[in-house]
Design a protein around this ligand. Structure first.
Ligand code: NAD
Ligand code: TYD
Length: 371
């Protein structure tokens, strides 16, 4: 257990942020100051139970705010930063790039400036131990063919506006280390799934669309491959890197769960057929739906759609002893059950469009009764 340290977490109301804040606060070793602009991707219900926690503070604000952010460093004197705030959805980045440049590039630069100014004024142990941990993505490496894995040695080759903006932010983080000596670490992780993920992302979208009898839109031929990691495993990796990682380095993180999109969607349907059978759901029963898989529809492909992501996590395992603990099938079941058990959260997150019906549906009531 580390000594109790105040840390600044950005984007703590998002998917990974919520899970990370819970881990850090729960560990007892951290006082967490969460700076979040509460964009569409944040859900006020996600951390509502921590509102009065003595080791948690929320600050609503934007990482691009050149007055607020330096003031937060002055006020809280953090031992480090976990930088997660970002625009994160590839499809949105294709429609409109601006927010991605503003938050991911300018926002990261603004945060680095404030961290650098603050760190420059620190002395001794506090200066030596300070760390700026930048949470990035494996998407900066572009797309793999059938063979091979991303590692810390893989050259950057981003293909979407999202991954380009994250790549730019990684380069600034690296440059602040190389040029000014700011202690920074970058983590490049594969696709996360689990509780609190906004319903526009693949796994929650498929779960919630299925339960509402909507089509399950699989892009292209469904042969694209993603390497999935349960979010709580990733949060443990982030904590491990913050506590024991080497400044100036990067760590790629993954759990070795490669799945083709179509196989994953079919697996979600199989689990849902078991956990919340369509025959028990009023509107789906009326439609004579036997399996959620009948809702699968192949749709037009995403432009610039990366074919395959896969991670070689040997370095973080060898150097820091981290390994994923949650198997993919177990994690997927936990995730499905979490969404079924958190209807208010879903409703809030999806402003009615995804969640309305779930509140009323029979499957959920049947599931609750079974438990
Ligand atoms: P998310 O979209 O769920 O949450 C992002 C959070 O950042 C939200 O709470 C939002 O309000 C906040 N935010 C956005 N712009 C902001 C700004 N300008 N100032 C302050 N706060 C702002 O994201 P996530 O999926 O939790 O991802 C977190 C980080 O992890 C991101 O940097 C992302 O690139 C990275 N990442 C995500 C995945 C994944 O599969 N989700 C995988 C690898 C890396
Ligand atoms: P996503 O969750 O958007 O993550 P990323 O694009 O960052 O990997 O998508 C995961 C995969 O699922 C990706 O290959 C695109 C695909 N996908 C679909 O086929 N249909 C969908 O509706 C969505 C949102 C994604």
């Amino acid at each position: 257990m580390p000594e109790k340290r105040t840390v600044l977490v950005t984007g703590g109301c998002g998917f990974i942020g919520t899970n990370l804040v819970r881990l850090l606060v729960g560990s007892g070793g951290y006082h967490v100051v969460n700076l979040d602009a509460l964009t569409y991707a944040a859900n006020p219900l996600s951390l509502v139970d921590l509102a009065d926690h003595p080791r948690y503070e929320f600050v609503k604000g934007n990482i691009t705010d050149r007055r607020l952010v330096p003031a937060l460093f002055e006020k809280y004197q953090p031992a480090g930063v976990f930088h997660l705030a970002a625009e994160t959805h590839v499809d949105r980045s294709i429609v409109s790039v601006d927010d991605f440049v503003q938050t991911n590039v300018i926002g990261t630069y603004s945060l680095l400036e404030a961290a650098h100014a603050y760190w420059s004024g620190l002395q001794g142990e506090r200066r030596n131990k300070f760390l700026f941990l930048h949470v990035s993505t494996d998407e900066v490496f572009g797309s793999l063919g059938k063979e091979g894995y991303f590692s810390e040695e893989t050259p950057y080759a981003p293909n979407s506006p999202y991954s380009a903006s994250k790549a730019a932010s990684d380069h600034f983080v690296r440059a602040y280390h190389q040029t000014y000596g700011l202690p920074t670490i970058i983590t490049n992780c594969s696709n996360n799934y689990g509780p609190y993920q906004f319903p526009e992302k693949m796994i929650p979208l498929m779960i919630l669309n299925a339960l509402s009898g909507k089509p399950l839109p699989v892009y292209g031929d469904g042969a694209n491959v993603r390497d999935w990691i349960y979010v709580k495993d990733y949060c443990k990796a982030i904590q491990r890197v913050f506590e024991n990682g080497r400044a100036g380095e990067a760590y790629v993180v993954g759990a070795g769960n490669e799945r083709r999109n179509i196989d994953l969607v079919r697996q979600i349907c199989d689990f849902l057929d078991e956990i919340a059978p369509p025959a028990e759901i009023h509107p789906l029963r009326e439609r004579g739906l036997k399996s959620y898989a009948e809702l699968i529809q192949f749709v037009e492909d995403r432009p610039g759609h990366d074919h395959r992501y896969a991670i070689d996590a040997a370095k973080i395992t060898r150097q820091l002893g981290w390994q994923a603990e949650v198997g993919f099938e177990a994690g997927l079941r936990l995730t499905i059950e979490w969404y079924l058990s958190n209807l208010e959260w879903v409703k809030q997150a999806s402003s009615g469009s995804y969640g309305e019906w779930i509140e009323k549906n029979y499957a959920w009531r049947a599931l609750k009764e079974k438990k």
